[in-house]
Write a new protein. Structure first.
Length: 159
């Protein structure tokens, strides 16, 4: 394969949903032997947590399922991301609107909701903070499903 695909996951603060998606998708990419073909990153639409690791509850829930988020650090999405990434996947409708507001017009086609890849068109990955431990587990369920769909989609593009 000679084409490299780049994927950016985006939520508000880049400490729970988008790093969870980053870690899950990265693990699935590694398991498929596609690490050299797919570049992965995550970011937030806000700069609240730049430089911080993922929320400990996200990390613990991910670790229980075999995903390691420990090397990830929050960063803010910036305009250069629109040029560097092929897929820019928002965790919720507000994140999508925030990205659309800063995206150059010719890059709007790169933006979509992550759960579109789980067959859940126009659905949001919910904020896990309102549902305790169960909220973080639910986010993982959704992220795993969407990651599987995204990986299948990208594998077709790479072939």
């Amino acid at each position: 394969m000679d084409k490299k695909i780049s994927v950016l996951f985006v939520c508000l603060g880049n400490i729970c949903r988008s790093p969870t998606a980053h870690g899950v998708f990265q693990t699935k990419v590694l398991e498929q032997g596609l690490a050299g073909d797919i570049q992965i990153d995550s970011a937030g639409t806000a700069a609240y947590h730049v430089g911080n690791p993922p929320d400990s509850r996200s990390s613990k829930a991910a670790k229980r399922r075999g995903y390691d988020l420990s090397s990830l650090r929050a960063r803010q999405a910036v305009t250069v991301d629109f040029d560097q990434f092929d897929y820019i996947l928002a965790m919720d409708t507000q994140n999508l609107r925030d990205l659309q507001a800063i995206s150059p017009a010719n890059y709007q086609g790169k933006l979509c909701l992550f759960l579109d890849y789980a067959g859940m068109s126009s659905a949001d990955v919910p904020d896990p903070y309102y549902d305790g431990e169960a909220g973080f587990e639910h986010v993982l369920d959704l992220v795993e499903s969407a990651s599987d769909g995204l990986l299948q989609h990208i594998k077709k593009e790479l072939s």
